[in-house]
Write a protein that binds this ligand. Structure first.
Ligand SMILES: Cc1ncc(COP(=O)(O)O)c(C=O)c1O
Length: 401
């Protein structure tokens, strides 16, 4: 960030037509609202001449440029390389695809390590490979995932370790570089779920030590799809099932069928939008790092408001220690009120903060919340102090009702 450049939330909000509907959105961890420029890029692609990727007609070249542009943008966002970006329908779909491609090289007795902190998308596909599963638990009181909880499970049979970069339920950010060092010492691969982290902070997959890093543009102001970032050399060692005539090049080898060109154009637009959240200089990667740092600082200020406000309300339970390193996501419940009633009561007041387990079913159960979960409030790039106050007033009223 340029010294002294402040994050201007009102200027950012002007780009989100959906906010004119008036709700205070704390549902960002489920999917963010979308800026006008992203919708325009999607629409422009759909009404332009377009064909399958190629180099003969303008329409073919347009499709090709969109794909290459989106790979470059995604690589800039996470610090990867364009030929290491694999696009797919969703992160869940890609995790299933990669679990199959990796798992077919594993022998009986080979092991995977998964955590109870993760979204099920980074658990079940690995469990269903048939590998022997070792489960890492987290501390249900603090919400922390200690490094040793994962690394103590490594053996000479470990093939892969799957850990979230941030819990979509608690926001907890495990110490990935420390885990990665041990995973690699053991000769295993490290599959990181970056879906919940990527919208909130600068990401550098090499610094995190991730061999695979998955994320979903619809969580960071883009359209509904997913991508995985990896090194092209690693991708080249894998041979997923594919059609006979489809390309065997990396990364196309992993992309089944025709790519959604309009969504890829929207993804590039979303990443460009993120790069421009605050004024910056240099190439897109440099501007992204500055913007995401400014966004992180702003979101943390909103998180403090929310944390402090909830702490003042008796009868409200928050999960995990507030001092954890975490994304601006809060999980809470109101004593004596079902989470779904808090959710609907807030919705009646124009505050969108859903309740549930959000597919982090192991995490919810480990917290003692069973299959019901709790209420989740996530800060997004368009969240204001007034939104936070609306949420706090709503919770206070429901508590007294
Ligand atoms: C942490 C995390 N991982 C994975 C996913 C699944 O992403 P997708 O909907 O793209 O499959 C989600 C979605 O909520 C998530 O929050």
């Amino acid at each position: 960030m340029l010294a002294g450049v402040a994050y201007d939330v009102e200027a950012v909000r002007k780009h989100f037509p959906a906010l004119d509907e008036g709700a205070a959105h704390f549902d960002g961890p489920g999917g963010s609202q979308v800026p006008d420029v992203v919708a325009e890029a999607v629409a422009a692609t759909l009404v332009s001449a377009i064909a399958n990727r190629g180099s003969v007609t303008t329409a073919e070249r347009r499709a090709d440029e969109i794909v290459r542009g989106a790979r470059q943008a995604a690589a800039d966002l996470v610090g990867g390389v364009p030929d290491g970006i694999v696009f797919g329908r969703s992160t869940t779909q890609l995790m299933y695809d990669f679990s199959r491609a990796l798992g077919k090289n594993w022998a009986p007795g080979d092991e995977v390590v998964v955590t109870r902190l993760d979204h099920d998308a980074n658990i079940r596909p690995w469990v269903q490979t048939g590998a022997t599963v070792r489960w890492a638990g987290f501390d249900p009181v603090t919400g922390e995932l200690p490094v040793e909880a994962v690394t103590s499970l490594l053996t000479d049979r470990t093939r892969l370790v799957a850990v979230t970069a941030a819990s979509n339920l608690l926001g907890t950010r495990p110490d990935l570089p420390a885990i990665a060092a041990k995973v690699h010492e053991a000769g295993a691969l490290f599959y990181v779920d970056g879906v919940h982290l990527t919208p909130h902070t600068p990401v550098d997959i090499a610094a995190l030590g991730a061999d695979f890093f998955g994320c979903s543009p619809y969580k960071f102001l883009g359209p509904h799809l997913g991508f995985v970032a990896a090194s092209p050399a690693l991708l080249d060692t894998l041979h997923p099932d594919k059609l006979a005539p489809s390309s065997d090049a990396v990364p196309e080898r992993f992309e089944l069928g025709t790519l959604p060109y309009e969504l890829l154009a929207g993804t590039t637009a979303a990443i460009d939008f993120l790069a421009g959240l605050v004024p910056g200089e240099g190439d897109r990667r440099a501007r992204l790092l500055g913007s995401m740092r400014a966004l992180e600082e702003y979101e943390e200020s909103m998180l403090r408001l929310l944390d402090n406000g909830l702490a003042e309300l008796s009868g409200v339970t928050r999960y995990g220690s507030p001092t954890r390193r975490r994304t601006p996501t809060v999980l809470f419940s109101v004593d004596g009120v079902a989470p779904t009633d808090v959710y609907s009561g807030l919705a009646e007041r124009g505050v969108n903060a859903p309740a549930g387990t959000f597919y982090a079913i192991e995490c919810a159960r480990h917290l003692g919340l069973g299959n019901t979960g709790a209420v989740r409030a996530g800060i997004a790039p368009y969240t204001t102090a007034s939104d936070v106050n609306r949420l706090l007033e709503g919770v206070a009223a429901l508590r007294n009702a």
